[in-house]
Write a new protein. Structure first.
Ligand code: TYD
Length: 134
């Protein structure tokens, strides 16, 4: 499976660091929604779903966590521990987020508004869907 990370330029000087992210330029889609999660409890796994159409970029803007991506035939763990690196998560990928450090803030840029109909929440349904679309 090809893992696509995006490194955003850091604008740093003696005052510190700033990262700017522009849709269609740094992110390969129009950003319709931003959400973020924090205060994640120890040992928690989030996600455990796939999307039919939604594309996302996940950025661990503070702390660290691991994103497991599964395309139906292969599973890959990606560590996110830098605030200027995003993980592009294409549609039709099962994802699980785990190993959150206590201070983690995981920000997600999404290509669509929240839509429950776009979710595949059952793993065997995901495998069936993968067969259908490929
Ligand atoms: P959930 O899908 O369980 O999060 P995760 O995939 O990270 O495990 O979402 C948690 C709650 O937040 C759930 O009640 C749905 C709501 N929610 C929104 O209202 N808008 C959103 O954009 C997202 C992602 C979730």
């Amino acid at each position: 499976m090809e893992i696509r990370t995006i490194e955003f330029p850091e604008h740093g000087d003696e005052r510190g660091t700033l990262v700017a992210i522009e849709e269609n330029r740094d992110i390969p889609f129009e950003v319709k929604r931003v959400y973020y999660m924090y205060d994640t409890t120890k040992g928690t796994t989030r996600g455990r779903h796939a999307h039919k159409e939604l594309k996302q970029v996940l950025i661990c803007v503070h702390g660290s966590c691991t994103i497991m991506l599964d395309d139906g035939s292969e599973r890959v763990d990606v560590l996110l521990d830098r605030p200027n690196v995003g993980l592009y998560v294409d549609s039709v990928l099962w994802r699980e987020m785990h190993s959150f450090s206590p201070d983690t803030v995981l920000m997600v840029l999404a290509s669509e508004y929240y839509a429950e109909a776009d979710y595949i929440r059952d793993y065997s349904d995901f495998l069936t869907y993968v067969e259908e679309v490929h």
